[in-house]
Every structure is written in structure tokens, then in C-alpha cells.
Design a protein around this ligand. Structure first.
Ligand code: HXC
Ligand code: NAP
Length: 300
């Protein structure tokens, strides 16, 4: 019997931890973001960290902004060490507009400009609607949806209104079909997808583009571990994904880089699904999700 031909693996380098990659192959021009400044919420870990690294490898300086200064400071050291670009760690909570204002003012003082905003900060956990407290639903809405609005509005008022800019929101496909145990995150991300279109329409005349990347399961991330990625992989659940695997963080960074950069100069209000086709075919496997949930402590 003829052997199955070996498929070309086009996925770029990545590593599972929140460290910079030891090698990186440019597929875009290395000076695509030269001397620009990107403000990345949640840039101290996971997908946000890799977005910061890839942007810096394209000539950009970055601000990584979230709640945990120790984590951010360590991340910034790694990012500057690997890329030679500047990275400013800044504490803020996307739920508190005054902390965002301070962080944006600090950025403008340090760098004198902001070209790109990545709304990547989010909170999530698996929980059936019946067990979800009112405060738990509200907390995720406040981080994911209010947080995206708060940060976008502060950035627009303080800089983008007069200088233009590019916003990329990090979403998810959960709400497209209605994933079980995810009513909080799915509702929050669906609201964000609408927000992308509203703000693209309203802010387009000021030279602000607003777009979204919706990742699928991305290995080496908090989201992957909280939502049972390893369990799904071991159980062979990724065979139902058209591309038959999880994505990696560098792949997400490349999708975000496209939309954030001048490569997408005529693209606004769009949503780029970067999930290997997962949402089209993946089973809504409630039994598997409940099994992951019961194998953990109630609070993650
Ligand atoms: C049920 C939970 C819960 C859990 C918290 N709560 N964890 N309920 N199951 N596992 C409830 C609490 O009991 C409380 O309600 C309310 O939520 C707020 O909890 P706090 O701990 O006070 O909130 P806070 O300190 O603000 O922390 C926010 C958080 C936390 C979201 C709960 O997990 C966090 O900081 N996460 C950030 C990192 C993260 O989540 N990364 C993964 C992103 S992945 P009560 O009623 O008791 O007061 C992602 C993937 C999307 O977004 C799509 C993937 C396909
Ligand atoms: P992650 O590393 O936990 O990233 C979330 C980041 O948000 C953290 O760095 C966290 O930092 C920050 N954050 C949380 N609450 C905040 C708050 N109130 N204010 C400011 N910052 C806050 O998880 P990830 O898996 O890489 O997720 C990144 C993004 O991708 C999220 O938008 C997520 O919804 C999306 N996504 C992920 C996957 C996946 O498979 N991983 C799939 C689909 C979508 P602090 O704790 O320091 O605040």
C-alpha cells in the first residue's frame, strides 16, 4: 500500500513557555513596524507576550500592561534582551479607566507616540451557567468587554483621535455557535466583535482602523490549560479540526501583525478567524468539558 505523502508543515517557530524564541524566521519584512510603538494589554504572558516579541522583532517598541508588575518586569527584560528594542512594563487594570489613563500618559512621556493598541487582556474559566455566580459573569464581562472599551476609549481620546492608529482586539469563536460552560466569555467576546465594527465605523474618519483576531486553541497558554487543551489533544479531539492540530502563539502574532500593520492599510471592521477551521467542525463535547471541570478544584 502506498505511504501517505508527508505534508509540508508551515507553522512557524514557537515555544511553550513565556520566554522568547531562540530562533525566529521573518516572513514579513523585518522593518515592517520600524520605530512604531505598540501598547499591548496582557502582554506579560501567553499570546500577548508572543505578540510583543514578534512586533519587537519587526522594529517596534512596546508597552506591556496588566495587573502584575513583577510578571511584567520579568517579561520586559526577556523581550528587550532577545530583540534589542525597548519594552515598558506598566501596571493597570483594564476595569479601572484612571489606571489606563496613567499608563497611556506614562507611555506618551516615554515614547512620544502610540501607533498600535492590542486589546488582549481577558479572564476565563470553565463553568456551567447554573454554577456561575452573578459576580463571576460580571467579572468576565468587565475584564473582556468593558476592558476593551475602556482601553480603546482612553487611547482614542489621548492620542489616536489626532494621530490615527490601529487597534486589534483578541477575541474567540466561542459565541459563534454557543460553546457549553462558556456563556460568560462567549457573550463578552461577541460583544467585542460588535464593538470592533462600531468603532471602525465611528473612528475610521480619524484614521483609526479597528480589527479583530479570533484564535482557536493555542498551545502554551493559560487559556489552553484552563479550557482543557492538553486533555483535548490527548483524547484526539483535535482530529476534528480541519487542520488537525492546535495553533501556536507565533501564528497568532503573525495574524495580529498583519492587521496591525500597513500590510492591512485598507482593512477595518474585520474579524480574522485564526483557528485552523476549528469552529466549523469541533464537537460541542459537554461530557469532556464537564470531565475536565470535575478533575479540577472549583476555582481555577
Ligand atoms: C466559577 C469563578 C471561577 C471559576 C472565579 N470565579 N473563578 N467561578 N469558576 N473557576 C468567580 C469568583 O467566585 C467570583 O465570584 C468572581 O468569579 C470573581 O472572582 P475573583 O477571583 O474575585 O476575580 P478577579 O481576581 O478579578 O480575577 C478574575 C478571574 C481570574 C477571571 C476570575 O481567573 C483571572 O484573573 N484571570 C486572568 C487570566 C486568565 O483568565 N487567562 C485565560 C484567558 S483565556 P463570587 O460570586 O464568588 O464573588 C481566554 C480564552 C477564551 O480568555 C477562549 C478560548 C477558546
Ligand atoms: P493569559 O496569558 O492569561 O493572558 C491574559 C492576560 O490578561 C494576562 O497577561 C493578564 O495579566 C491580563 N489580564 C487579566 N485581567 C486583567 C485586568 N483586569 N487588567 C489588565 N490585564 C489583565 O491568556 P492567553 O491564553 O494568552 O489569552 C490571551 C488572549 O487570547 C485573551 O484575550 C483570550 O481570550 C484570547 N484567546 C486565547 C485562546 C487560547 O487558546 N489561549 C483562545 C481564544 C482566545 P495579569 O494577570 O498580570 O493582569
Amino acid at each position: 500500500m502506498a505511504e501517505k505523502p508527508q505534508l509540508v508543515n508551515n507553522s512557524p517557530e514557537d515555544i511553550q513557555t513565556d520566554d522568547c524564541m531562540s530562533t525566529y524566521t521573518h516572513i514579513y519584512s523585518p522593518d515592517l513596524l520600524i520605530d512604531q510603538v505598540a501598547f499591548i494589554t496582557g502582554g506579560g504572558s501567553g499570546i500577548g507576550f508572543r505578540i510583543a516579541e514578534v512586533f519587537m522583532r519587526h522594529g517596534c517598541d512596546t508597552v506591556i500592561a496588566s495587573r502584575n508588575l513583577e510578571k511584567l518586569t520579568e517579561a520586559a527584560k526577556k523581550l528587550t534582551g532577545a530583540t534589542g528594542r525597548r519594552c515598558l512594563p506598566t501596571v493597570m487594570d483594564v476595569r479601572l479607566p484612571e489606571t489606563i489613563s496613567s499608563a497611556v500618559e506614562k507611555t506618551l512621556k516615554e515614547f512620544g507616540r502610540i501607533d498600535i493598541l492590542i486589546n488582549n487582556a481577558a479572564g476565563n474559566f470553565l463553568c456551567p451557567a447554573t454554577s456561575l455566580s452573578f459576580n463571576a459573569f460580571k467579572t468576565v464581562m468587565e475584564i473582556d468587554t468593558m476592558g476593551t472599551f475602556n482601553t480603546s476609549k482612553v487611547m482614542y481620546d489621548k492620542w489616536f483621535k489626532d494621530h490615527g492608529g490601529s487597534i486589534v482586539n483578541i477575541s474567540a469563536t466561542l459565541g459563534f455557535r454557543g460553546q457549553a460552560l462558556q456563556v460568560h466569555a462567549g457573550s463578552a467576546k461577541a460583544a467585542n466583535d460588535a464593538m470592533t465594527r462600531h468603532l471602525a465605523v465611528e473612528w475610521g474618519p480619524s484614521g483609526v482602523r479597528v480589527n479583530t483576531v479570533a484564535p482557536g486553541p493555542i498551545s502554551g497558554t493559560e487559556g489552553y490549560s484552563r479550557l482543557g487543551g492538553t486533555h483535548a489533544e490527548t483524547a484526539g479531539a483535535f482530529r476534528s479540526i480541519p487542520l488537525q492540530r492546535a495553533g501556536n502563539k507565533t501564528e497568532m502574532a503573525h495574524s495580529v501583525l498583519f492587521l496591525a500593520s500597513r500590510a492591512a492599510s485598507y482593512v477595518t471592521g474585520s474579524l480574522l478567524v485564526a483557528d485552523g477551521g476549528a469552529w466549523l467542525t469541533s464537537a460541542n463535547d459537554v461530557e469532556r468539558l464537564l470531565c475536565i471541570l470535575s478533575s479540577r478544584s472549583a476555582k481555577l
